[in-house]
Design a binder for this molecule. Structure first.
Ligand SMILES: NC(=O)c1ccc[n+]([C@@H]2O[C@H](COP(=O)([O-])OP(=O)(O)OC[C@H]3O[C@@H](n4cnc5c(N)ncnc54)[C@H](OP(=O)(O)O)[C@@H]3O)[C@@H](O)[C@H]2O)c1
Length: 322
């Protein structure tokens, strides 16, 4: 099969022929239609986090996919060849075939294209777990979502709004109309204003995908007993105690249950995916270039700020495989 591989840390992406995976009795072989690019793909490939997130080289990147079931293991009853599915994977999805466990996949919503479906699993489940499992967001509460127009942030905005919360988002000013259209009642342009200076009211939950100074200033806008949940860097226990809030960094734990909830909301049109660009798999190097210069909050380093360059549009970058 054709696949994209990283042969050495920091090395180029190599597109060529590799052996297709074999499945065990409890696995499914999926013919991949599309996959999507996540920051973590670039971060892992760079070797900068090899102590905490090592990879086995050569490594096929890609943590999410959409595709069609090609073959099922003898213990698999829930799916049959021909089913259209989507989900997350620990194995690399930048490839024509993928062996996956049924527990982390779900049937593709019929109203989504394969390209749209591939953009969903990581960002949507990160938002779902971040704001509800860790942030304990409830109807009637107020949440501040940093990076609201980004891949994760846009799901957080939609899910929080659907749950009956008041949603305030920080984002580039250009994204205000988009954010209003998906449920944000207020948008603060992070390039022009400091959110802690313009917010009159305190919030119950802050969901932070940015980190750095944005996270540090978030303590100032939280109610006592509020929750500061970050998807991008650890939250200081000392600062959390000082401000009488609970703070935690989350790590996505994908589940068929969570993705099933997301799939139902997508199917009903309650939430929608956001695809920025679709590249052919062999053009992956360009896709990585598009986001490499703008990795917000990777372990506390934020290249974003006033005057920083920004991507042309919000949404996920998808790779078309077949
Ligand atoms: N912990 C986990 O399990 C987990 C899972 C998934 C993702 N993540 C992490 O979550 C982070 C976000 O991922 P993503 O895919 O949503 O990224 P993304 O699509 O690039 O979105 C980032 C958004 O943040 C905005 N932004 C940049 N600086 C900002 C600031 N100072 N204040 C407010 N908004 C700002 C950007 O807007 P402009 O482009 O207009 O500047 C962009 O819309 C990444 O660090 C990723 O690694 C963690």
């Amino acid at each position: 099969m054709k696949a994209v591989r990283v042969l050495e840390y920091g090395g180029p992406l190599v597109f060529n022929e590799v052996p297709a995976p074999a499945i065990s009795r409890d696995e499914i072989l999926v013919k991949v239609k599309s996959t999507a690019v996540n920051h973590i793909d670039l971060v892992k490939a760079s070797g900068k986090v090899r102590q905490i997130l090592p990879i086995d080289l050569p490594w096929i990147p890609g943590h999410e996919f959409s595709g069609v079931v090609e073959q099922i293991g003898s213990d698999v009853a829930a799916y049959a060849p021909g089913d259209a599915v989507f989900g997350t994977s620990d194995m690399g999805a930048y490839a024509e075939y993928l062996a996956v466990k049924p527990a982390v996949i779900v049937r593709k919503p019929s109203n989504l294209s394969f390209e749209e479906a591939a953009s969903v699993p990581v960002a949507s489940q990160t938002a779902l777990e971040g704001i509800f499992t860790h942030g304990h967001l409830e109807k009637g509460q107020t949440i501040l979502i940093h990076g609201g127009a980004g891949a994760v942030g846009a799901y957080a905005v939609q899910l929080a709004s659907h749950a009956g919360a008041t949603v305030i988002a920080t984002a580039s000013g250009d994204d205000e109309a988009y954010l209003n259209s998906i449920g944000a009642s207020r948008v603060i342009d992070y390039r022009k204003a400091q959110f802690e200076k313009v917010l009159q009211e305190k919030v119950d939950v802050v969901f932070d995908v940015i980190g750095g100074d944005t996270q540090a200033r978030s303590f100032l806008v939280l109610k006592e007993d509020g929750h500061l949940i970050s998807a991008s860097q650890p939250v200081s226990p000392e600062e959390s105690a000082k401000h009488h809030v609970s703070g935690a960094m989350m790590r996505l734990e994908p589940s068929g249950d969570g993705l099933g909830k997301i799939a139902r909301l997508l199917e009903a049109g309650t939430i929608r995916p956001d695809v920025a660009t679709v590249y052919a798999l062999q053009d992956v190097a360009q896709a990585w270039k598009d986001i490499a210069g703008n990795l917000p909050g990777v372990h506390g380093m934020s290249p974003s700020g006033p005057g920083a360059a920004r991507r042309r549009s919000h949404g996920k970058i998808v790779l078309r495989v077949a």
